[in-house]
Write a protein that binds this ligand. Structure first.
Ligand SMILES: Nc1nc2c(ncn2[C@@H]2O[C@H](COP(=O)(O)OP(=O)(O)OP(=O)(O)O)[C@@H](O)[C@H]2O)c(=O)[nH]1
Ligand SMILES: [Mg+2]
Length: 303
């Protein structure tokens, strides 16, 4: 995963070999770094923000003999990435669910994003994860648009032994989601997972529809499902979705197939929202909690 991004970072840290980092040397190292980041699909505005911050910090810096320059740069990069990219408060999903449960209320999670990013698959993975944690779950198929969407979610529900609320194709998605919430309240179900149709960030009608689903369902958590393979478009998708839905967190899917890693950094940077999980495959257990510190460590320590 993320091999290109890791390589971009080691390019920067190993190029710096002098004890005093001159402007020319920093410029040269940063130039290679910028190109490597762009090749890793990190969005241009994110690359600029990151490199100008590094430049400010390291030009003219004198290091003691005992500190190897690349080690120092690695440490600085780790804290810059942490400050710039992961300033969002982490979300403790299980304790939020637990708090609602204590009040006798279901915890409602809405999944949204563009077409084909992995929303439905991620819902099945969430259901599997939460079931293992001992929670009761209901699924709501608020995708009444795409052919096959209802059958797809229903098949997952059957495999996972869960109830799913559906209506006919063409029905009002907000009404389906609301039905599931009413059912969950009545039957004391702990968690409602609402699947929505994929929509382009530029489709005004579908974005209005999403606002209606949100108004009617009042989700406790809105999760943007972003595709790690979206490359440069990830930034515009995440920005527009944030504008319309004000989502709370992101799940990044298909990282198993992503050798670049830039979309992850870009989404986090432009939205300042935490990444909750990474989707790492097509199985139900291919959902890994995302830990920013681990992520930073892994991209900095690669050779
Ligand atoms: N390799 C890999 N494939 C994934 C992952 N998550 C989802 N997929 C695949 O991506 C494809 C689309 O997944 P869906 O869950 O149907 O995506 P969606 O966002 O619900 O799609 P729409 O409802 O059409 O917008 C499927 O073939 C999934 O198996 C992942 O983490 N890794
Ligand atoms: Mg779907």
């Amino acid at each position: 995963m993320f091999e290109k991004l890791k390589k971009a970072i080691s390019t920067l840290t190993t190029l710096a070999t002098q004890k005093t980092l001159s402007e020319t040397e920093v410029e040269k190292a940063l130039w290679d770094f910028e190109i490597a980041l762009l090749e890793s699909d990190v969005a241009e505005e994110v690359v600029k923000a990151l490199t100008s911050k590094i430049k400010q910090e390291v030009i003219g810096l004198k290091l003691s003999r005992s500190t190897p320059t690349h080690e120092y740069l690695k440490q600085r990069l780790a804290s810059i990435i942490k400050e710039e990219f992961f300033k969002a408060q982490p979300i403790n999903l299980l304790s939020l669910i637990e708090a609602k449960k204590t009040q006798g209320e279901p915890y409602i999670i809405l999944f949204l994003g563009i077409n084909g990013t992995g929303k439905t698959t991620t819902i099945a993975k969430f259901a599997h994860y939460l079931k293992q944690k001992g929670y009761s779950i209901i699924l709501a198929c608020a995708d009444t648009h795409r052919a096959g969407a209802i059958e797809q979610l229903t098949t997952h529900a059957e495999k996972l032994g869960l109830k799913v609320i559906t209506q006919k194709y063409g029905a009002d998605p907000a009404a389906v989601a609301k039905d599931a919430v009413i059912y969950a309240k009545k039957h004391k179900v702990d968690v409602v997972l609402v699947d929505t149709a994929g929509r382009m960030q530029t489709s005004r009608n579908l974005m209005d529809e999403m606002e209606k689903i949100i108004r009617v369902t009042k989700p406790d958590l809105k999760i943007f499902v972003g595709d790690a393979l979206a490359g440069n478009d990830a930034v515009s998708q995440a920005k527009e979705f944030q504008k319309f839905t004000d989502f709370d967190a992101a799940v990044l899917t298909k990282v198993d197939a992503d050798v670049k890693g830039g979309a992850a950094l870009s989404i986090v940077y432009v939205t300042s929202k935490p990444i909750l999980f990474l989707g790492t495959g097509q199985n139900y257990d291919s959902l890994k909690p995302f830990d920013p510190n681990e992520f930073i460590k892994s991209i900095l320590n690669a050779q």
